[in-house]
Design a protein around this ligand. Structure first.
Ligand code: AMP
Ligand code: GLY
Length: 443
């Protein structure tokens, strides 16, 4: 492993969510004791490190900030600056960065690009077809079994995927998504959609630190994407996570590595993409085996809030080695035996329009249950210095425990002590992890 003397002394973390709060916390814990700044950050991150009011998609201003602050290493949280080429510009300036260039970010920004790679390299994924016009799309979907998944091609902030239970709903989704403007901002092109067979099973998020053909698989986790308990209601950015995802047994993880992770990393390299960053593989564990739902090219949110607290390896050494092309020097990942649960507290209305500016009351850090952290996501301070809501997902409460039950109990105890107007959260985060092994084990 890199000695702390060779690690960077000044770091910029780009982004403003719970993921970035978790990244800042984990990087601050490095023995290298780096100076960290965050752009733009949020009210919770600002308690820990200086935050600079530069938007995560303002590439010119971020580059100026890096030069002004003599930043030695940049860690990029969200997908949009990656798609806009932030990492490419930094590499042109010889500033190490953790996060792929715009070519790698296309794996998240274009679902069609990804599907083409998955199919070309025989990586397990649902059968699919791509369309620009409604009539052939509708003719195709009538040949497929319902439910049918209709996806917009470009980045659509979590709104671009519709799992349509019936053919009629799939048809209306086709019309709706073909009318969406392409938000990838990369090229001004016609909307395209992807029609995909529906996969059934448990989902898991596999986060992989990638540097060229080298990779390190981070601890497994499971997100809860729907807004409501029991996986009901619309999809969100993620309402809570737990780690490890015990449904991913060591045997299954070996299969995921052999059939999905290694072929994906090699396929990306074979396509000429020098990928450095997180490859987040969304996987459906179907009865016939693991199948890729999507790639993201960044840390997951709120996966990061349960994965990073479980790492015993120094995150800074890991990401820095990846950025320098020296990932094998880090050695095997050290993971704590603890379980982790993160419960997201959202503003009323989320994932649709939601209120901002409501005053948040937090328990004092000393009143929190043991091993419990409140990560801020959509928070800011108002003109009178009060902590207020500023996003749909407002806070993420992560707790560690010796068991999943203990981690859940701690996280929910802390949630009960947090208040803002119409705050709501799912009550069943991590329950899947409790139910599945019990059902499978003999009396
Ligand atoms: P994506 O934006 O591709 O991550 O999709 C968002 C969510 O839609 C996924 O996390 C799944 O819950 C669901 N989804 C996407 N594709 C499929 C599929 N082929 N079968 C079933 N569910 C899907
Ligand atoms: N939690 C899912 C995501 O980060 O895309």
């Amino acid at each position: 492993m890199a000695s702390s003397s060779s690690l960077p002394r000044s770091i910029l973390v780009v982004g403003s969510g719970g993921r970035e709060h978790a990244l800042v916390r984990a990087l601050l814990a490095s023995p290298a004791a780096p100076r960290i700044i965050c752009a733009p950050g949020n009210a919770g991150i600002a308690v820990e490190v200086p935050c600079v009011p530069v938007a995560a998609d303002d590439i010119r201003a971020l580059l100026a900030l890096v030069q002004r602050e003599k930043i030695e290493f940049v860690v990029v949280g969200p997908e949009v600056p990656l798609s806009l080429g932030l990492a490419d510009r930094l590499r042109e300036l010889s500033i190490p960065v953790y996060g792929p260039g715009a070519d790698g970010a296309r794996l998240e920004a274009s679902k069609i690009f990804t599907k083409e790679i998955l199919l070309k390299y025989n990586i397990p994924t649902a059968p699919a077809a791509f369309f620009e016009e409604a009539a052939p799309a509708i003719a195709y979907l009538r040949t497929r079994p319902a439910p049918i998944v209709v996806k917009a091609d470009g980045l659509a902030a979590g709104k671009g995927v519709i799992v349509a239970p019936t053919h009629a709903e799939a048809e209306s989704a086709v019309h709706q998504l073909l009318a969406l403007p392409d938000q990838s901002k990369i090229e001004n092109r016609k909307s395209k959609i992807l029609l995909e067979d529906c996969l059934f099973g448990e989902e898991t998020s596999i986060l992989v630190v990638v540097s060229g053909r080298d990779y390190v698989i981070l601890p497994t986790s499971q997100d809860h994407k729907r807004i409501g308990d029991g996986d009901t209601g619309p999809n969100t950015g993620g309402m809570g996570t737990y780690s490890p995802a015990e449904v991913v047994t060591p045997e299954l993880l070996a299969r995921i590595e052999n059939e999905i992770v290694r072929p994906s990393v090699n396929a990306i390299a074979d396509e000429g993409i020098a990928f450095c960053g997180t490859l987040f593989v969304g996987i459906m564990l179907t009865p016939t085996g693991p199948s890729v739902i999507e790639y993201n090219t960044r840390f997951g949110d709120p996966e990061t809030q349960v994965v990073l607290p479980r790492l015993a390896t120094d995150l800074l050494a890991l990401l820095w080695a990846a950025a320098l092309g020296k990932l094998p020097s880090v050695g095997p990942l050290a993971v704590k035996p603890d379980y982790a649960v993160c419960v997201v507290i959202a503003a009323r209305g989320y994932p649709d329009a939601y209120a901002k500016g409501d005053v948040i009351t937090l328990p004092s850090p000393t009143a929190l249950p043991p091993a419990t952290t409140i990560y801020h996501a959509g928070t800011t301070t108002n003109a009178t210095g009060q902590l207020v809501t500023n996003g749909g997902r407002v806070l993420g409460v992560t707790a560690l425990g010796d068991t999943l039950e203990e981690a859940r109990a701690r996280a929910y105890e802390a949630c009960a002590a947090i208040s803002f107007k119409d705050a709501h959260y799912r009550k069943d985060i991590g329950l899947k992890g409790l139910v599945a092994p019990q059902a499978a084990s003999p009396e």
